[in-house]
Design a protein around this ligand. Structure first.
Ligand code: TMP
Ligand code: MG
Length: 288
């Protein structure tokens, strides 16, 4: 049906069910489709030439906008909490307060650095952030077909927007839910706006953004892309949901986490740094 689904990076718990969902979505057409995607390590690459690529937070961490002391502190937080984020032996309930602690402490450190809004463009330009291979086809195709793309990220909205703007793919059909920086009148970071979005509260975020999903009521088919089990809740606010196809990038600790990803995502992509599978699926669904 879709040759890319036979790639060695692809696994499916139930290929027949995937086929049924895809057929339903194709029959309903692109006017009933919306795409909801995570950002860090889903739209961006996990690694390049054997080296880790940065998340939104890491882009700032690696930049000249923050002091060496702050870099060390952020790095310590990452070394403490990232292993917990991806630990398959701990429950979400156990991880949740620790993730809140990670995000809260990291944001506090960033605010202390008095980051200037007008320096963000350069920080992104000089960073090693990379969107996955095939990203341009992904964004451009959705734009051409007028399919809304919601990027739902626990990263930093201002940084994320700059990454996609710099790549030339911040099209009008793209909407972002994320943590946005709050700058004072002089353009200096003084905090973050609204409710904190962290890796395990995307359900609450989805439900809070009811207006967005109301506007998209007639788009009852969802293609969801994520890399964390917390991303599975990103579509919880979708109204009149009929079909959802969940694609999960399994980037790290592949053997330990394979079973939990197979149980929850419809299609898993192991150590696959490309958008080949989502692109092929989109072409199929939209009948191109
Ligand atoms: P995502 O929802 O767009 O994937 O963004 C969340 C990622 O950000 C998650 O994998 C952890 C990462 N992160 C950092 O790399 N550094 C930090 O300081 C924080 C708070 C999160
Ligand atoms: Mg992610």
């Amino acid at each position: 049906m879709i040759p890319e689904l036979t790639k060695s990076s692809v696994s499916m718990r139930d290929p027949k069910r995937v086929e049924q969902i895809l057929t339903s979505m194709r029959n309903a057409g692109s006017s009933t489709l919306q795409v909801i995607s995570d950002f860090d390590m889903t739209l961006t690459r996990f690694a390049y030439n054997g080296k880790r690529c940065p998340t939104c937070h890491n882009i700032l961490e690696d930049s000249k906008l923050i002091s060496e002391d702050c870099k060390d502190k952020l790095q310590n937080l990452l070394e403490t909490y990232y292993p917990i984020e991806i630990d398959s032996t701990r429950s979400v309930e156990e991880k949740l307060p620790l993730m809140v602690k990670w995000w809260t402490e990291a944001h506090k450190l960033l605010v202390e650095q008095k980051i200037r809004k007008d320096h963000l463009v350069r920080a992104v330009k000089e960073s090693k952030a990379m969107l996955r291979d095939g990203y341009k086809q992904f964004f451009d195709h959705l734009h051409q077909m007028s399919v809304p793309l919601l990027i739902f990220s626990a990263g930093i909205g201002d940084v994320l927007e700059e990454v996609i703007r710099h790549a030339g793919v911040f099209h009008p059909n793209v909407k972002v839910f994320s943590n946005y920086m709050d700058f004072n009148d002089s353009g200096v970071l003084r905090g973050f706006k609204g409710e904190l979005i962290h890796i395990f509260n995307k359900r609450e975020g989805a439900v809070l953004n009811v207006e967005h999903f109301k506007e998209l009521q007639s788009r009852f088919n969802v293609l969801l892309l994520g890399d964390s089990l917390g991303d599975l809740n990103m579509a919880d606010g979708v109204m009149n949901l009929q079909n959802i196809l969940k694609i999960g990038y399994l980037n790290d600790k592949v053997d330990e986490r394979r079973q939990s990803y197979l149980n929850t995502y419809d299609i898993i992509l192991e150590k696959d740094e490309t958008m080949d599978v989502p692109n092929a699926i989109l072409l199929y669904i939209t009948g191109q």
